[in-house]
Design a protein around this ligand. Structure first.
Ligand code: GTP
Ligand code: MG
Length: 299
């Protein structure tokens, strides 16, 4: 089970609509958000925004935020900024405009320049004008298959298939983000259980600049009489298992050890592993060492 996120509590999706000018992008959004249709054409300058709450089967009420981008060439660089932020893309063309179909791959390339694998759908608008059509249904379906995306035939004017496009994209987006979260949670669980069986990591003090370190409980240089006695050299000739370090730290740790720095913490590490690993010296020997130290200290 994955953790609950704000996306579960307040589901929303950002969709950008792209494609050549005058194919009906603004009309599609106006129909979806306000259920209105306007006959006269007024080109979009830059980017416009609209939103609507819609019930998405399996997801409940979803806030759909839509970016209406200008299809005119002069605005492409500017509108591309908005795809970057989108969760899904509607790639649209018009039944009566051959160029708008022929440039679809170019539009998709613009998306791929700025987005990773983003949910997308292909929309053919103005199917009420199919008698004036210049794009065959077969070739549009073939293109959608090549792009591996779903294809919708829409008439904004007649209100055909408009909500369906937005609802499908919302479902796709939420399914994918749930799958991603679940994969991430499984990956985290696997790496946590791997770490649980490894020995605890040794402190690598050199990885934290002194200014960021928590204040030390021990002064840096201590009088020799209070410093810990050096541990005896490891009697075991077999290399002790060292706790796994993050990859980057391994190199610096081996440099640190070969330069002699941090020896004491290395010994402490070995000592801890020894204590739990059944390689302890006989207790009497240990007692002798402690007694010797006490003797030295009381001199
Ligand atoms: N017959 C018909 N006309 C439509 C349809 N959808 C939009 N139109 C008309 O197409 C023209 C262009 O529509 P817009 O929505 O402004 O086109 P756009 O893609 O936003 O254009 P830009 O803002 O320049 O990128 C308008 O006159 C609309 O009335 C439709 O489904 N059928
Ligand atoms: Mg427009």
């Amino acid at each position: 089970m994955t953790a609950l996120t704000t996306e579960d509590l307040d589901p929303s999706i950002k969709i950008a609509v792209i494609g050549n000018g005058s194919i009906g992008k603004s009309s599609l959004i106006r129909r979806f958000c306000r259920n209105e249709y306007v006959e006269n054409y007024k080109k979009t300058i830059g980017v416009e925004y609209a939103e609507r709450e819609v019930e998405v089967p399996g997801e409940g009420d979803v806030r759909v935020m839509v970016w209406d981008t200008a299809g005119q060439e002069e605005f492409i660089k500017m509108t591309q900024e908005y795809y970057k932020d989108a969760d899904a893309i509607i790639l649209a063309f018009s039944t009566t405009d051959r160029t708008s179909f022929d440039t679809l791959l170019k539009w998709r390339a613009k998306v791929q320049e700025v987005c990773d694998d983003i949910p997308m759908v292909l929309v053919q608008n103005k199917i009420d004008l199919v008698h004036e059509g210049v794009v065959g249904q077969g070739e549009a379906e073939a293109l959608a298959r090549d792009m591996r995306i779903r294809f919708y035939r829409v008439s904004v004017k007649e209100g055909i298939n408009v909500d369906e496009v937005f609802i499908y994209l919302s479902q796709l987006h939420f399914q994918r983000s749930r799958a991603r979260r679940q994969a991430h949670a499984e990956q985290t669980a696997t790496s946590t259980s791997t770490h649980a069986t490894s020995p605890p990591p040794r402190p690598v003090s050199t990885s934290i600049p002194p200014s960021l370190s928590p204040p030390s409980t021990r002064p840096r240089s201590q009088p020799s009489s209070l410093s810990r006695p050096p541990k005896p050299a490891n009697p075991n000739p077999v290399p002790m298992p060292l706790p796994a370090l993050p990859t980057d730290d391994r190199a610096s740790e081996s440099r640190r050890q070969s330069s002699g720095a941090g020896r004491q913490s290395t010994n402490e590490g070995y000592g801890k592993v020894e204590g739990g690993g059944g390689r302890e010296r006989p207790q009497s020997a240990a007692k002798k060492i402690v007694a010797g130290i006490k003797k030295k200290l009381t001199k």
